[in-house]
Write a protein that binds this ligand. Structure first.
Ligand code: K7E
Ligand code: RUQ
Ligand code: CUA
Length: 623
């Protein structure tokens, strides 16, 4: 053994491009190492791809990835855009938090949007979903929840920017989020925390029986909450059927308890299937109560709307605290992962409204392993479920699970170790009708020993797994450390996105100020309005003189026509950093509180004269 590793080491130094690990793997594949000649032949086998089934995932310098992955950044409040298969982080899209790198929350428009959405400084983004047309990504928008403050945001994928946020009434934690398919007619926000509705201090605050949670349906254009449905128990994740009839949520705490012990007392919780057309008919018929200006339909079990043959919400009992739920690409099944139970429940969608006992809609219950959380699809009839406790991804056969007895392990095809404790996993285009079936990312919560230590908080570990070869099996090809804390993701082929190269001034509300059109005007006693341009390497004004106490409204157009040629307006001691991208116009309003001279500078490195790109804000003392 010693000799072998010695040989490997020696070989390693001869061929620095080959990592020792690959070498050992190659060796194992043909039954051990036996001298240098054998090693050479192993190498060529690897080149022919007999050892690794995965296509090249290294993406050499200058080449582009095939997919965009949009990852919910969790408590960082952003969305990360990652290229696949390289796993390189391309950009972050700030959603619920200020970000000086993108000037978000620093100019008037984005600052007002954050202010109107509650004025919080952070959010908890879990589930980014891309808008679809005809069951496929149309690349127009992404929507993402804020679990922390009960909000939903929209990201404009032309500019990769958050363009709307709605603070959802009657909802404290918005957890699952999803678009109604196939054409994104509604966006659903799944209310998790049960609280009094309205939560304004009236009524009995101590009696959990008086609490409730609602599903919210949001118009994707106006971002108005159209209606809500009140339910029993907590809700967790959500996904919609592909034809738009149902929206599914997993639910825990059917007990309605307020302690961990109470929430896990009973053996069953449920999956709720919201019948969208029936709910809309109830709203149409005036069968609702308006709370905080939103029509709220009563979808609780004992509601009159749920008696009889046409319930608005079906409660389908499933084992103990199910977590993830996702609909199969062929729209036959909704699969709920057991979390505290080692099974997943396969619910046949067209049976839901046919069976007398809702349990009969569950047509399969394979035993997968410990802590099943989320399930993704490859479009070839396989499901991939993350096992949080086992630290594994399990691949299983969906139809086999329907054939087999409940609790059977026979549908399991294969398990692969991940490092460690995966939450979500996601496969390319898994949420569409036609998943690509090549790559899967396991978004692991604990990286433990996988990276250089960086103190008590470790990075997360996003692992790339190739799933494109059913015969060779799943292959783990990459570890990628991630800033806290990715949850769900959507992976979209690059052909379906068309990001802008520069802004279209017609898309913006503020007026374009070209070179020669700059103006500086005093309005009233204590307000100065400035409209100017920026370009390499100057601002419209080389100096701006104002008086102590003035409110300054500074609007800047970046008149560059070259993509990526950003300029910004950074003003020391005024907390201003306004990024202005090519052909974009932004405005910032601030007060010149203290007399003195302040150098305005451009914080985006733009040319060799970048450091000279400056202007002076001269604040004269008040007389
Ligand atoms: Cu499992 Cu918010 Cu989708 Cu996180 S939830 S992992
Ligand atoms: S200066 S290139 Cu601070 Cu060295 Cu930026
Ligand atoms: Cu403009 Cu730096």
């Amino acid at each position: 053994d010693e000799q072998q590793s010695g040989a490997a080491d020696g070989f390693d130094s001869l061929l620095p491009g080959l990592r020792r690990r690959d070498f050992m793997k190659a060796g194992a594949a043909v039954g051990g190492l036996s001298g240098l000649a054998g090693c050479t032949s192993l190498l060529s086998e690897e080149e022919e791809g007999t050892v690794s089934a995965a296509p090249d995932h290294s993406i050499p310098p200058g080449e582009m990835d095939e997919y965009y992955a949009f990852l919910g950044g969790g408590q960082s409040g952003d969305i990360r855009v990652v290229g696949l298969p390289s796993m390189r982080e391309l950009i972050r899209i700030p959603v619920f938090q200020r970000d000086s790198g993108r000037g978000y929350g620093h100019d008037d428009e984005s600052r007002e949007m954050l202010e109107e959405a509650g004025g919080y400084t952070w959010g908890d983004t879990h589930h980014p979903r891309i808008s679809q047309t005809d069951g496929d990504y149309d690349g127009r928008f992404a929507y993402v929840n804020d679990k922390a403050n009960g909000r939903m945001a929209r990201i404009d994928l032309t500019y990769f920017e958050t363009d709307a946020i709605v603070d959802i009434p009657n909802q404290q934690g918005t957890h699952g989020s999803c678009a109604q398919l196939p054409d994104t007619d509604l966006i659903f926000g799944v209310g998790e925390f049960r609280a009094p509705i309205p939560n304004d201090g009236t009524g009995d605050l101590h009696d959990p029986d008086e609490y409730g949670a609602v599903l919210a349906a949001i118009d994707p254009e106006s971002m108005n909450v159209e209606w809500e449905v009140l339910v029993d128990g907590n809700m967790d994740n959500g996904d919609g059927s592909k034809e738009g009839r149902y929206f599914f949520t997993t639910g825990y705490n059917s007990e309605g308890a307020v302690t961990e012990k109470g929430m896990t007392r009973s053996d069953r919780d449920d999956v709720k299937a919201f019948d969208i057309p029936r709910i809309e008919a109830a709203v149409e018929a005036g069968d609702y109560e308006t709370i905080n200006e939103v029509p709220v339909v009563d979808g609780r079990k004992d509601s009159s709307l749920n008696q009889g043959d046409d319930p608005v919400v079906h409660y389908i009992p499933t084992p103990k605290s199910p977590h993830g739920i996702s609909v199969t690409p062929d729209n036959k099944y909704a699969i709920a992962s057991g979390k505290l139970d080692p099974t997943a429940s396969v619910i046949q969608i067209d049976k839901i409204d046919e069976v007398d006992d809702p349990t009969d809609a569950i047509v399969g219950q394979p035993k997968l392993g410990l802590g099943p959380l989320h399930t993704a699809y490859d479009g070839r009839g396989h499901a991939y479920t993350s096992l949080f406790i086992d630290s594994q991804v399990v691949k299983w056969d969906i139809e086999e699970a329907v054939e087999a007895d409940a609790g059977s392990e026979s549908p399991v095809i294969e398990k692969i170790d991940v490092h460690y404790n995966p939450g979500h996993l996601i496969a390319s285009e898994s949420y569409t009708e036609d998943p690509a079936g090549d790559w899967l990312i396991s978004l692991n919560k604990l990286s433990k020993d996988r990276f250089l230590p960086v103190g008590p908080q470790h990075p997360e570990n996003d692992q790339l797994i190739y799933i494109g070869d059913d015969e060779a099996g799943m292959e783990h090809v990459k570890d990628s450390p991630a800033h806290a804390e990715p949850h769900d993701a959507s992976i979209c082929h690059r052909s379906k996105l068309d990001p802008a190269k520069t802004y279209d001034p017609d898309d913006l509300d503020l007026e374009y100020t070209d070179e020669g059109e700059e103006t500086m005007e005093r309005v009233g006693d204590d307000r100065v309005e400035i409209e100017m341009y920026s370009t390499r390497n100057k601002y419209g004004f080389q100096e701006m003189t104002v008086t102590e106490g003035d409110t300054i409204e500074m609007q800047v157009t970046n008149i560059e026509t070259t993509s990526d040629m950003l300029h910004s307006v950074a003003i020391p001691e005024h907390d201003v950093h306004m990024r202005v991208a090519p052909q974009e116009t932004r405005k910032v309003t601030f007060t010149a509180d203290d007399p003195g001279v302040y150098w305005i500078y451009c914080a985006h490195f733009c040319s060799a004269l970048h450091l000279e790109m400056r202007s002076r804000l001269i604040v004269e003392p008040e007389e």
